[in-house]
Unconditional design. Structure first.
Length: 113
């Protein structure tokens, strides 16, 4: 996990800070993540993405949204439990990772077992 996180930080420096090839905030039109459907590789992908899009790079809640739409329609759920303008705590940026079931994964299958 540490190796992938550090690699993600390096990629952020190269592709976002230096060359500005990618936006500093996640844009689903610029990047698509693919992993095998194995816990180890999924955790590696999440770790690398956390280095590429660290805390603080996630979206903010749009100020024009009604406060009632920021909390779920669930008994005793309230905004006071989580103050701030970030959509998630510490402006965390979740990034989707796409997988295919192992036997159907022809793209990431290096050889036929």
């Amino acid at each position: 996990m540490r190796q992938h996180f550090v690699l993600g930080q390096k990629l952020r420096n190269d592709y976002i800070t230096t060359t500005q090839f990618l936006s500093p905030t996640f844009d689903h039109n610029e990047i698509r993540i693919r992993s095998t459907d194995v816990n180890r590789t999924l955790m590696s992908a999440y770790s690398q993405l956390h280095g590429l899009y660290p805390e603080g790079s996630g979206p903010n809640i749009v100020s024009s949204i009604a406060p009632s739409l920021v909390i779920p329609p669930y008994k005793d759920a309230n905004q006071a439990a989580y103050p701030g303008s970030g959509a998630l705590p510490n402006n965390l940026q979740p990034v989707p990772i796409h997988t295919v079931f192992g036997n159907d994964d022809l793209m990431l299958k290096a050889y036929d077992s």
